[in-house]
Ligand binder design. Sequence first.
Ligand code: NAX
Length: 331
Amino acid sequence: MSTIKVVVTGAAGQIAYSLIPRLVDGKTFGDKTVDLCLVEIPQVVDKLKGLVMELEDSYFPNMGEVSYTSNFEEASVNGDWFLLVGSIPRGIVYNGKKIEERSDLLSINGGIFVDQGKAIGKNGNDNAKVLVVGNPANTNALIGKNAANNNSQTWMAMTMLDSNRAKSILSKKTNKNISEITNMIIWGNHSPTMYPDSENAFISGQRGSDLINDMEWIESDFLPSVQQRGKAVINARGASSATSAAKAAIDTVIACETPTDHGDCFSAAIASDGAYDVPEGLICGYPLMTLEDGSIEIKRDLSLSEFALSKFQISIDELVSERDAVKHLMQ
Ligand code: NAX
């Protein structure tokens, strides 16, 4: 049986509590043995002892070695998968300053991702995959990838939760089971500017643009509902999405580990090579496919309506401005 090493940051956080057991349940990585390395900041790392106890008590035949540390450099050695969930949230006091502005958030988290990126590039395995969940996810991934400077590795930022949310809304609108909705693409940034593409989605084999003849609903209901769903969950539960975010991270890992069905695609943000006229290098939400050899490719044969292009452009512009705000971290 082969072994895979998965490194998870933010391991004592709420997403990680739902995520980590599913990494070793024998479904996400099939029959591979999964070694886990859990990473937290020094102030919190000791709490992971309790999580490790619970993992041991849970009977996971596929679980291999489990370790925890606050030293990311050490954790990164021979990692195959990196799930970078940890980041500093808006609203907390950091080095004596309350973090409210997006630019401060970008800078502080950016600094973390420089160090983590360098360690992954140097110590992670060739062909390692990195999924950034911690916000601002796309720009954190941009910084990390730049610092890693290792083109054999694939950096992604998570948009699967947005894609799952969009599928759920389309399923309710069309009275179809969620499993009948494929090709659900999130273009752009994981932020309220994202563009969830109902036109290119397939619903029971029919294109969304043919099935849903209701631009008013798309513009004033569907788009804002997906874009603002994270905020709605916070308002309702007093905490941000956790179990659905964990499920989306698992869905992304499975999508990357399994060749994509013909005609389908999955959503994540990945470095642009100029596809769909996105400036090269930006970590942008795209339709992706996993090929038989395990490589991940952008699906390139889709057309976007004028409406879609105008919405997508807003998100691209935001990604460009985020990149400009962290230029000093991209030397
Ligand atoms: P929590 O605050 O519960 O947990 C985050 C954990 O990360 C904390 O325990 C903290 O100590 C740790 N951490 C901070 N910096 C770290 C570092 N440098 N190394 C290791 N650990 C570090 O947040 P949680 O609800 O789990 O959310 C985690 C992140 O996911 C947040 O940034 C959140 O905004 C983001 N989200 C991203 C989503 C996406 O779709 N991409 C959706 C859900 C979520 O909002």
